[in-house]
Design a protein around this ligand. Structure first.
Ligand SMILES: Nc1ncnc2c1ncn2[C@@H]1O[C@H](COP(=O)(O)OP(=O)(O)OP(=O)(O)O)[C@@H](O)[C@H]1O
Length: 289
């Protein structure tokens, strides 16, 4: 299912959580929603799952307002880090509940995942560690197989090997059961290989929405003799600088034009891609809350 937001704002008495956000997430892809703490990621996802209404603007899922539209919202699954699961009951009871509430929920798959992540179906959620609870949330997100699955920092608390297994499982299941994913995170480097588009929120405003492949060309590094590198960088914002003896490496936001690239090559200056993490820091550093 696709998602379109037009001029969406959410205002609380003390904070504007979202400020005129417009974006489109197309169907059947994995979208990354990135932002620093308090940037508005959870607020945005809760609008799409009809857990909240915007102060102004329009939220559409498959062209429809999800608010109070049960036939639509039962096809949308939002998994939050805090979890909305039954705390005092065995995990198997949560699976039973989801089986009745969610037409697309695959219980057998959920049980297989519990087993492969080393979790006992009889365990009560409140007796699990933080990382294990997150894993149960992630399993619910996968096994619900909702056409629109929103994962809100669901990986928090999981250790690195568990996160990697979760991402591998997500990709494998997505290949077999295509759907629309929106995954929010600030673990940029981990998300980068998975997502097909990148949306970055900075203090409630959308500062970038692009194809993941295009984002990789939004910046360039120049490495070579200090004076030449500095001259080539004229006119482009420098977001990082490092000197090693006579060699300088500058990280720039933006693209070099053809003639600058030619001059770089002629002067023996090496060009390289900029990690998404560095662009993220640059794009969001002036927008702390
Ligand atoms: N119910 C609320 N009442 C008042 N302010 C709120 C409420 N919910 C969120 N906010 C504020 O809105 C802003 C955005 O919060 P949100 O939880 O959407 O950010 P986030 O990007 O998900 O952050 P994090 O990565 O830390 O989870 C924050 O400044 C937060 O304090």
């Amino acid at each position: 299912m696709n998602v379109t937001l037009e001029d969406v704002s959410v205002r609380f008495p003390e904070t504007t959580a979202l400020d005129s956000v417009s974006l489109h997430w197309s169907e059947g892809r994995i979208h990354g929603l990135l932002g620093r703490n308090g940037a508005g990621k959870s607020t945005l996802l809760s609008l799409i799952a009809a857990a909240r209404r915007p102060t102004s603007g329009s939220v559409r899922v498959q062209g429809q307002d999800p608010w109070e539209r049960g036939a639509l919202t039962e096809r949308i699954c939002l998994v939050r880090e805090s979890g909305d699961l039954l705390d005092d009951d065995p995990i198997s009871d949560t699976l039973g509940m989801l089986e009745t509430l969610r037409p697309t929920f695959d219980r057998r798959y959920a049980e297989d995942l519990l087993d492969s992540f080393g979790l006992r179906p009889k365990a009560k959620l409140r007796t699990l560690s933080r990382g294990q609870r997150s894993t149960v949330g992630a399993i619910v997100g996968l096994a619900t197989r909702a056409p629109l699955t929103l994962l809100d920092e669901v990986h928090l608390g999981m250790d690195a090997p568990t996160r990697q297994r979760f991402y591998d499982e997500l990709i494998a299941d997505y290949a077999e059961n295509p759907r629309t994913y929106v995954i929010s995170s600030h673990l940029i480097a981990e998300l980068e290989p998975i997502v097909e588009t990148v949306s970055i929120l900075g203090a409630g405003s959308l500062v970038l929405q692009a194809e993941a492949d295009d984002v990789r060309t939004r910046g360039v590094t120049l490495t070579g003799p200090a004076a030449t590198v500095t001259e080539l960088a004229q006119g482009l914002p420098v977001i990082g600088s490092r000197d090693l003896g006579p060699t300088r490496q500058l990280t720039l936001f933006g693209e070099l034009d053809a003639s600058a690239l030619e001059r770089a090559r002629a002067a023996g200056v090496e060009t390289g891609a900029v990690p998404l993490q560095d662009l993220f820091i640059h794009l969001t550093e002036e927008a702390p809350r």
